[in-house]
Design a protein around this ligand. Structure first.
Ligand SMILES: [Zn+2]
Length: 212
């Protein structure tokens, strides 16, 4: 039988004592009445960018989907396995979330792999390369932009473009189109800078990310 690492077992006991016990009533209500989050967050798997921590959320408050580079694929029904689309459908139609936030971040490894596609081609990263191909158009535009210096400037630009691409893909889902048109759901994009803790939110009208 596998053995849970001591660090996890110790941290679980700490959670049970310091967090769960003082909030047990809240957990019992969640168990009895189910979840009713108003916000869905699509964020990166990156261990440094935890939505619950950034937004000081309690259990039951955020419906979170995490994947490499916080991407939402476009709507399509190929009969394959669409984890993000299934979560999105559940959040929009069953939970009736009022807000959907795509949360990108600085130093994103998925975005870096996308920009350094040639390096990825020669590695075993077949899943990441295919997944990140969703940003192919945005990547090409960033690489063509003469104002962006190679390296960190291009990576930052593609992090922002990736958030916008996910929002555009989100709007290809018929259920999102209907709910957004009725004003029942609002879509948001944001970028979190790990080193400074700055959260910048996409202002659609200005087409710019503005610090909160
Ligand atoms: Zn990332």
């Amino acid at each position: 039988m596998s053995h849970l690492p001591d660090t996890l077992a110790d941290r679980y006991r700490r959670f049970k004592f310091r967090h769960f016990a003082p909030n047990q009533d809240h957990y019992e209500d969640l168990a009895a009445f189910g979840q009713n989050p108003e916000v869905m967050v699509v964020s990166c798997c990156d261990s440094r960018v935890d939505p619950e921590t950034i937004f000081s959320a309690m259990p039951g408050e955020l419906f979170v989907v995490r994947n490499v580079a916080n991407l939402i694929p476009p709507f399509e029904t190929s009969g394959k396995f669409h984890g993000v689309s299934a979560a999105l459908e559940f959040a929009a139609l069953n939970l009736r979330v009022k807000h959907i936030l795509v949360l990108g971040h600085s130093g994103c490894g998925g975005v870096r792999a996308c920009l350094e596609e040639d390096a990825a081609k020669q590695s075993e990263a077949q899943f990441i390369r295919n997944w990140m191909s969703m940003l192919g158009t945005a990547r090409d535009a960033v690489l063509r932009d003469p104002k962006l210096a190679p390296g960190s400037e291009q990576r930052y630009a593609l992090e922002l473009e990736g958030i916008k691409t996910s929002l555009a893909n989100l709007r290809t889902f018929p259920c999102i189109q209907i709910l957004e048109a009725k004003g029942r759901v609002t879509l948001h994009g944001a970028h979190f800078d790990i080193a400074t803790g700055t959260l910048s939110v996409l202002n659609d009208a200005a087409d710019a990310f503005v610090p909160v």
